[in-house]
Ligand binder design. Structure first.
Ligand code: C5P
Length: 232
C-alpha cells in the first residue's frame, strides 16, 4: 500500500520585529480587527489542505495564549529558536511523530497575513511532482544596484533576480535534514537557502505581489488595503 502524502504548514512566529518600533512583536499588532498572526493562521487553515499547522512561539510570549486561534484543534505549538531557521526546525520536530519524510511542508512567515488560498494552491499544484520543491517568488520591477558604502559598483541583471516570498514548500525529510546540516549558519535566511547549501536547486513559482511581509509600520496600512481588495 502506498502512503498518502500529507501537507503540513509550519509558521515561524518567534521573532521580535525590531524594525516595527512597536511595543510588541509585529505578529501581534492589530490589522483589520484581528492580530496579524490570526489573519495568517486563519488563511492557512482556510486553504483546507493542511493536516496541522505547527507554529513556533517564543517561550517568553505572553500574547499567544490569549488568541482564540491558539485553541484550534489543527494548531500545534513548538518553542521558538534564536534565528528563524531554528524556529522552523523546532516546529518540524514537533510534528515528527505524525509526519512522514515524503510529506510536503509549507513554511509561511507569521508576518505575511495577506497570503491567499489561490497562491497556496498554485504553489502546491506547480510543485507536486517536483523532486526538490520550491518557493513563491516575485520578479523585480526596479533596476537593482550592487553597492559598496554609498557607491554603485555594478548593475545586476534583474531578469535573473527574484525576491523570495513564502510559503516555501519542501519534503519533510529533506527540509529537516537540510536545516539540521545548516544549523548556526547565518546565511540561512529562508528554507530554500538551506536546500541550496546541499547542492539542490529549488524552483521558483511566481507569487502575487499582495503577499507582503509586515516589516515596517507603514506595511500595516498597505496590508489592510490589499485585504479590502482581495475577494479570493
Ligand atoms: O524578521 P523577519 O521578518 O525576517 O521574520 C520572518 C518570520 O520569522 C516572522 O514570522 C518571525 O516571527 C519569524 N522568526 C522566528 N524566530 C526567530 C526570528 C524570526 O520564528 N528567531
Amino acid at each position: 500500500m502506498t502512503d498518502l502524502i500529507k501537507f503540513w504548514a509550519v509558521v515561524p512566529a518567534a521573532g521580535v520585529g525590531k524594525r516595527m518600533n512597536a511595543d510588541r512583536p509585529k505578529q501581534y499588532l492589530e490589522l483589520a480587527g484581528k492580530t496579524v498572526i490570526e489573519h495568517t493562521l486563519l488563511r492557512l487553515l482556510g486553504a483546507e489542505v493542511f493536516d496541522a499547522v505547527a507554529v513556533a512561539i517564543s517561550e517568553e510570549d505572553p500574547y499567544w495564549p490569549d488568541l482564540e486561534v491558539s485553541e484550534n484543534e489543527k494548531i500545534v505549538t513548538a518553542p521558538g529558536g534564536k534565528e528563524r531557521a531554528d524556529s522552523v526546525l523546532s516546529a518540524l520536530k514537533s510534528i515528527r511523530v505524525v509526519a512522514s519524510d515524503n510529506d510536503w511542508v509549507l513554511v509561511h512567515d507569521a508576518a505575511r497575513p495577506c497570503v491567499t488560498a489561490t497562491d497556496i494552491h498554485f504553489l502546491i499544484n506547480s510543485l507536486l511532482n517536483d523532486e526538490v520543491g520550491g518557493i513563491l517568488a516575485l520578479s523585480s520591477h526596479d533596476t537593482l544596484k550592487n553597492v559598496q558604502g554609498i557607491s554603485i559598483i555594478g548593475t545586476l541583471d534583474r531578469r535573473r533576480i527574484w525576491r523570495a516570498l513564502t510559503p516555501q514548500m519542501f519534503r519533510y525529510g529533506l527540509l529537516k535534514s537540510a536545516l539540521e546540516a545548516a544549523e548556526g549558519n547565518p546565511a540561512i535566511t529562508d528554507e530554500a537557502s538551506a536546500l541550496e547549501l546541499q547542492g539542490l536547486q529549488p524552483k521558483i513559482v511566481e507569487g502575487r505581489p499582495d503577499n507582503i511581509k509586515i516589516t515596517r509600520p507603514e506595511d500595516l496600512a498597505l496590508a489592510q488595503f490589499y485585504m479590502e481588495q482581495q475577494n479570493d
